[in-house]
Design a protein around this ligand. Sequence first.
Ligand SMILES: C[S@@+](CC[C@H](N)C(=O)[O-])C[C@H]1O[C@@H](n2cnc3c(N)ncnc32)[C@H](O)[C@@H]1O
Length: 226
Amino acid sequence: MEQTATRSWVSLTFDREMSTAEVEGMKRSLGARTALQVPPAVGAAYARARQVGFARSCCPEVGALMSVLSAAVPTGGRILELGTGVGVGLAWIVHGLRSRTDVEVVSVEIDPRNSAVAAGAGWPDRVTLVVGDAKEVVPSLGEFDLIFLDVPGGLKASLFDDAITALRPGGQLLMDDMNPYWGKGRTRLPLDGNDPERLLEDSRVACARLGYASGMILAARLPDRA
Ligand SMILES: C[S@@+](CC[C@H](N)C(=O)[O-])C[C@H]1O[C@@H](n2cnc3c(N)ncnc32)[C@H](O)[C@@H]1O
């Protein structure tokens, strides 16, 4: 029987800044073709998270995708993050927007200590940090073109419906931490055991699983039927 060579992809994350020379050296020694580089403002956010011992920030691969999706938000658009943490995801979103001033960004966090750490970073005027329970505040926040649903486990599943309702037609929603094998010492199933397939079958959205890094579900809101 003919054997087909398989190629695997491995991504490494380092808990410190590395110079370009170090990254290039690492690529050479590992035979890697690419390495994801973290922009300086986002690197500062990861450093802040390490300083306060916050270990639940999104990984660089997820953040980089949020940057791209943020860049694609239409003129005058709105972005919502559920679960600010200490501001790493927000730094990726703001990086994606570059100098755009037409996009409003709202980020919701239930823990005032986390939100205070995030607020300490200083954000452009178009960014608003809200302290509150996403379950309570989402229905009053209006409509969005992009939502990063990044609260823990089962809460993600219970917020999915409200988040889809808050999406404008064509708007996109990203959920991470869908890979049960991601992260050392993970003790909880993604969505706390709620079935991701049920979310994928919601008739208001088109969904895709993205299997790399922490594992994601990306959904786009379909146009409302007449
Ligand atoms: C995975 S972390 C968020 C990481 C952040 N999005 C980032 O990428 O840096 C999840 C956050 O959700 C917050 N959280 C938990 N329950 C919440 C709720 N009901 N409403 C809003 N935030 C909540 C937690 O306090 C925690 O900071």
